[in-house]
Write a protein that binds this ligand. Structure first.
Ligand SMILES: Nc1ncnc2c1ncn2[C@@H]1O[C@H](COP(=O)(O)OP(=O)(O)OP(=O)(O)O)[C@@H](O)[C@H]1O
Ligand SMILES: [Mg+2]
Length: 348
């Protein structure tokens, strides 16, 4: 199989990196296609909804926009693939199938072989590998499932003496790189990340201002605009209705408390993973900490984590430039490099 073997009648190979996330999923492919979608899958709730929507299943933005007519699901929750009903298994398959359809081109049709690296939270890699294989069966020819922070590390070529801290929506994932494929011991998952901050902020704001109505959606938008840890830059004033009348609220302190609620666990896990590295390499790892994931955009996060490293000898934390595609691009880089022996062959 070659990347451009079409002319000789040999199947063309499309190489793909997928980042399967709790709130967003991204895909990068060897043909240059890159897409990101909200990780939502929804089925019309009844005959009326089916008649209105004219689709069996809706994915991403399409699903979010039409949510009142849908049985809406996120395939991942707190770092694991949801289980319990047939719909949960279908949701993850629909999402993956949709991501692949976004990058596949029609011109190759059935003559296209697909090999995909799928990055998932480190905990899902440990617990849900078989479900992921089942979900990918029929969608791709060759598969590799890796942890998301490892995909990030690979994409950034941070392969030796590095620590990736990926703070997403459902989980904060950690991976130490020792110049080889990471083992379970090199990786950690905390079920505290952006969704947890949203919950904290929602509780803090609603308990202080019980006269107003706040939606979870508003709370998340405010967080994405104004989040910070450490020193506040300007007061954060937002507007929410009180008995229908738009009213201003100062949420500067609540934002700080909610965002900083992650810090004790993230710092402790980071330091604990460093402490497990061979002693002579610990300083190198501390000076090569990479912060990724959507929640790395919280203002001051990199700086506060770097401060925390001072207690154990100091270090350097750098924040990735493009947290949306860094995981899927890393998966693609890995997929391009991996030898045949590293792939699982799936029948398609
Ligand atoms: N500017 C921002 N400031 C703070 N948080 C942000 C910002 N932009 C996005 N986020 C948060 O980042 C999270 C999404 O990040 P990301 O896309 O890395 O998560 P995910 O990959 O879907 O989740 P996971 O890796 O946990 O499965 C959400 O909680 C979102 O609210
Ligand atoms: Mg993620």
């Amino acid at each position: 199989m070659t990347e451009d073997g079409g002319k000789s009648g040999k199947p063309r190979v499309l190489t793909v990196g997928v980042d399967l996330g709790t709130s967003r999923s991204a895909v990068s492919a060897s043909n240059g296609e890159r897409h990101v979608i909200d990780s939502y899958v929804g089925w019309p709730v009844d005959m009326v909804a089916r008649k209105v929507l004219k689709k069996k299943v809706l994915i991403g933005d399409d699903a979010v926009e039409n949510r009142v007519m849908l049985d809406l699901r996120r395939p991942l929750e707190k770092g694991l693939i949801r289980e319990g009903s047939e719909r949960d298994a279908e949701a993850v398959q629909e999402l993956l199938s949709h991501l692949l359809s976004l990058v596949k081109t029609d011109e190759d049709g059935d003559n296209q072989k697909v090999r995909a690296v799928v990055g998932v939270p480190a905990e899902a890699l440990r617990v849900n590998k078989q479900q992921l294989r089942n979900a990918m069966e029929g969608l791709v020819d060759s598969l590799m499932i890796v942890s998301e922070p490892f995909a990030v590390a690979y994409g950034l070529e941070a392969l030796l003496h590095a620590l990736v801290v990926d703070i997403g929506a459902g989980t904060s994932d950690f991976c130490v790189m020792n110049g080889r494929y990471p083992t379970d011991d090199d990786q950690r998952t905390l079920t505290m990340a952006g969704d947890y901050i949203d919950e904290q902020l929602f509780d803090l704001v609603t308990s202080k201002h019980s006269e107003a109505t706040f939606s979870r959606h508003m709370i998340r938008e405010w967080k994405e605009q104004h989040s910070y840890v450490g020193e506040a830059k300007d007061p954060i004033v937002v507007s929410a209705p009180v008995q229908g009348k738009p009213t201003d609220f100062d949420i500067t302190e609540e934002m700080k408390v909610a965002c900083e609620s992650l810090l004790p666990s993230v710092t402790e896990t980071m330091i604990d993973l460093v402490a497990r590295v061979e002693p002579e390499y610990q300083a190198k790892v501390r000076s090569n900490v990479i912060l990724s994931g959507g929640s790395c955009l919280i203002r001051g996060m990199g700086q506060v984590l770097q401060e925390a490293l001072k207690d154990v000898g100091g270090g350097q934390v750098r924040v990735v430039k493009d947290p949306v595609f860094v995981g899927s691009d890393g998966g693609l880089a890995l997929a391009k490099d991996a030898p045949a022996s590293d792939w699982e062959k799936l029948s398609s």
